[in-house]
Ligand binder design. Structure first.
Ligand code: SF4
Ligand code: SF4
Length: 220
């Protein structure tokens, strides 16, 4: 899931003031931002209260089922058209994709209410770790399901680096070195080793990514 954190409040206010907005509609997200406790119902209620205290009128709010789904967000717009029409701006408590989808669906100034941090795993409620940089050329088949691109602070494919000490990472000293973990897990599974991974083909990570399963010719 996409891990987010609340954006600095001063930046949100600065954004609203930049267009002289007094009335605001809030959009959350029922998926990642809800799980991350950044853009679900409690966070929207809290934001609405905070905006009210700061002198803004909140015309309405909704937690879209999947805010980065264009048709779903257009449906939310239709359901809340009156409240959106009454607003000067929309503040979105969702990841950057959710903000952009909202900006495509609603013809009003749209501002981000969160910072998008990474694609990660929920370790337990409220604890998240980065696990994937969407490189488009996955090596997890060779690395026992541990991503060296993301979980090694140096992104080394064929570590460990010279700083590894007693199996621990030299950068994140409380963590076992990614490459030690990879070797251990491969051995536990009776796998001989991953061999040397070829340099990454970064052309697979060209931006903007796009996939169209209706017309495979458009895929990149
Ligand atoms: S190798 Fe690439 S696609 Fe696979 S988990 Fe790591 S960053 Fe993600
Ligand atoms: S000690 Fe291991 S995980 Fe840490 S930076 Fe070096 S290779 Fe990467």
């Amino acid at each position: 899931m996409i891990i987010t954190r609340p954006r600095d409040w001063s930046r949100i206010i600065e954004n609203l003031e930049s267009i002289g907005a007094r009335r605001v509609f809030l959009m959350g997200c029922g998926q990642c931002a809800t799980v991350a406790h950044t853009g679900g119902e409690p966070e929207l209620r809290e934001t609405a209260e905070r905006l009210g205290e700061a002198g803004y009128e909140v015309t309405g709010w909704t937690v879209g089922e999947v805010t980065c789904h264009l048709n779903g967000t257009k449906l939310e717009r239709r359901k809340h058209q009156e409240a959106i029409d009454a607003a000067d701006a929309v503040l979105v408590l969702a990841c950057g994709a959710g903000v952009q989808t909202t900006a495509d669906a609603i013809a009003k100034p749209v501002f981000p209410g969160l910072e998008s941090l990474f694609l990660g795993t929920v370790i337990r409620n409220g604890v998240f770790e980065e696990r994937c940089q969407t490189c488009g050329d996955c090596v997890l088949d060779k690395t026992a399901g541990i991503c060296p691109v993301t979980t090694c602070p140096k992104g080394l494919l064929n570590g460990p680096c010279g700083g590894m000490w007693n199996g621990m990472c030299e950068v994140l000293t409380d963590r076992e070195c990614t490459h030690v973990r990879i070797r251990k897990r491969l051995a536990e599974q009776g796998r001989t080793g991953k061999g040397t991974l070829a340099p990454k083909d970064f052309s697979t990570a060209l931006k903007p990514g796009a996939v169209n399963i209706r017309d495979r010719k458009d895929e990149r």
